[in-house]
Design a protein around this ligand. Sequence first.
Ligand code: ADP
Ligand code: MG
Length: 237
Amino acid sequence: MEIRCDKIKAAYEDNIVFEELSVDFAVKAVNTIIGPSGSGKSTLLRLLAALEDPRSGTIFYNGKPHTELHPSEIRSQVGMIFQKPTIFEGTVYDNLVFGLKIRKKEFNREEIMRVIQQVDIPVKYLDKTGNELSIGEQQRICIVRSLLLDPEVILLDEPVSALDPQRANKVLKLIRTLKTDFGKTVIMVSHNMNDALTVSDQIFFIWEGKIVYKGSPEGIKESDNNIIRNFMAGEYE
Ligand code: ADP
Ligand code: MG
């Protein structure tokens, strides 16, 4: 699904996060929005997920303005993963089929088994409960739960920032698979340049509500923008 923002504005009361932000994301690719803490990354994702409306401007989904779509229509095509995994009570299997049941989508255990094997999660995990899993495993379950609903776009807000590097790598690998094996459009938020360089096809650097870089991972390494260079040197949180 093609998503394009045209001059969108977001604010919390009178604190303006961005004004006239225009950005479009590559389809069936891993897009990463990177930037220091407080630059508006989570706010942007919430708008894309139709959890909130922009104050002004338009978000186009396959060319259709958000104002002509019901938020539930958008949410059925745009999945969202948060920094902290949200695992419900019950088994991993219960978690995975939760949304499918709510949406009255058909499924069977074999299908679920096939998908989890494809993403390198052992089948025996299906009968474990959430608290028997590490945070990294929980996050992978959240991603698969979203994937099973078959959205066109998957949004992830700092999905690995609570994880140690080894577990983070497994989750990043799965995120890459969303594009390569499942053909999803991925939009991830990160404040870690290494993670972004590892998984992204396209990187967006956001600074004080403005996109100051859009391009390849190779390109950002060569950037002569001072803000980006300072960020790469680890000057920002
Ligand atoms: P990031 O995800 O890049 O760290 P956010 O989108 O969370 O940035 O925040 C952008 C700005 O909006 C920050 O100045 C933050 O303090 C403010 N902000 C975020 N969420 C809220 C909220 N619920 N209420 C008020 N201000 C908020
Ligand atoms: Mg954030």
